[in-house]
Design a binder for this molecule. Structure first.
Ligand SMILES: O=C[C@H](O)COP(=O)(O)O
Length: 249
């Protein structure tokens, strides 16, 4: 039996400011008070360095990285650049990037490879659309995305999977515990089939309208090892109850 610590990651998306970094201190204090929970915050690129300086020890990460280490890729940032300014993790394959930047599973896998190779904890996102769920294709969609988006496990850096049903992101429509249980069980089975025992150590996060008032029931679901939190992570008031729910799960 593998004991996986709960992991709560705040994804600020294209939100935040230097002033908003004041939220990090109470988040760090709550994290210190909550035993057995890992917490990280992923602000926009421009806030990573100042966030590291004011993090109170919480890992700070990026919301994306390019799959190449350098070159003519205007507007992009490499995993090495993230690492140089103190990032310890990165999210890749978020559905918003898949949709807005047209990122394929293949590109997401290459980004994950680049990040893991540099020792960044790497969170690979997958999740079905509303249409795919309505048509009964959610499991097939997640299975295909997982298979094509994650690299082989090698080295010491940690791979994390985030299941985020697209229709639950920022909508207030959190997925039912039964649906989350079904998808997380599928992800776990596929990870173990592919990586053997190491697949049992990979943490699987749920993301999509996680709030203080629904976190506890989500964290009680088998194979939910934490949450990728968007809107509620922008303030300590929103995120601390989720951290506390993780500590008590
Ligand atoms: O990365 C975070 C997710 O997309 C969830 O966002 P949300 O908590 O605002 O629904």
């Amino acid at each position: 039996m593998h004991v996986r610590r709960k992991l709560v990651v705040g994804n600020w998306k294209m939100n935040g400011s230097l002033a908003q970094l004041a939220e990090l201190a109470p988040i760090a204090a709550a994290t210190r008070a909550a035993s057995g929970v890992d917490v990280a915050i992923c602000p926009p690129f421009t806030l990573i360095a100042p966030a590291v300086a004011r993090s109170g020890g919480i890992p700070i990460g990026g919301q994306d990285c390019h799959h190449e280490s350098a070159g003519a890729h205007t507007g992009n940032v490499s995993a090495g650049m993230l690492k140089e300014v103190g990032a310890r993790l990165v999210v890749v394959g978020h559905s918003e990037r898949r949709a807005e930047q047209g990122e394929s599973d293949e590109i997401v896998r290459r980004k994950a490879e680049a990040a893991l190779a540099l020792g960044l904890q790497t969170i690979v996102c997958i999740g079905e659309s509303e249409t795919e769920r309505a048509e009964g294709r959610a499991l097939d969609c997640c299975s295909a995305q997982l298979g094509a988006s994650i690299p082989e496990l090698s080295g010491e850096a940690e791979l994390v999977i985030a299941y985020e049903p697209i229709w639950a992101i920022g909508t207030g429509r959190v997925a039912s515990c039964d649906d989350v249980r079904e998808v997380h069980a599928l992800i776990r089975r596929l990870l173990v089939e592919r990586f053997g025992d190491a697949g049992r150590r990979v943490r699987i996060l749920y993301g999509g309208s996680v709030r203080g008032d629904n976190a506890a029931e989500l964290f009680a679901v088998d194979d939910v090892d934490g949450a990728l939190v968007g809107g509620a992570s922008l303030t300590a008031e929103g995120l601390v109850p989720i951290i506390e729910a993780a500590a008590h799960s």
